[in-house]
Ligand binder design. Structure first.
Ligand code: FES
Ligand code: FES
Length: 153
């Protein structure tokens, strides 16, 4: 059993020693936000926050989350109470298929938590590990700028 905090709530879940955190999140814990893209630390679709820092859930064992705090996109906002980033992505019509956005959102949220007024280069650097095969990068960057401005206001 592995016990950790998931989106602010304590959870305890069975996991094999080398079972990926992503597999446990999407399986036993029934969260569909973190996505399986490449499974090889190349796309960022699986990104979650571990103790506030972005991490590839496909590449870390669930056992390594023991005692730590894991946040998925579900922990940042909901349809009723969306995160500023989610509202901004909608306003900028930044998502097409949306497959990349869970990872983009958690990475951007970590950036805005440590840097409330990031410049373009900082946003690009934070999102650099994240691929968007729909080519929505420029709109996503505008959405992060919009969310940052709204969060500062
Ligand atoms: S699925 Fe984890 S980085 Fe692509
Ligand atoms: S919106 Fe489709 S992969 Fe980014």
């Amino acid at each position: 059993m592995v016990a950790f905090t998931l989106n602010g709530q304590p959870v305890s879940v069975e996991a094999a020693e080398d079972e990926a955190l992503l597999h446990v999140l999407r399986g036993a814990l029934d969260l569909s936000g973190p996505r399986y893209g490449c499974g090889a630390e190349q796309c960022g679709a699986c990104a979650v926050l571990v103790d506030g820092a972005p991490a590839y859930a496909c590449a870390i064992a669930a056992s390594s989350a023991a005692g730590r705090s894991v946040t998925t996109v579900e922990g940042l906002g909901s349809p009723d109470t969306p995160h500023a980033l989610q509202t901004a992505l909608l306003a900028e019509q930044a998502g097409q298929c949306g497959f990349c956005l869970s990872g983009m959102i958690v990475a951007a949220s970590a950036l805005l938590a440590r840097e409330p007024d990031p410049d373009d280069a900082a946003i690009r650097a934070a999102l650099d590990p994240h691929l968007c095969r729909c080519g929505s990068h420029n709109r996503i960057i505008r959405a992060v700028q919009r969310a940052a401005a709204e969060m500062r206001a």
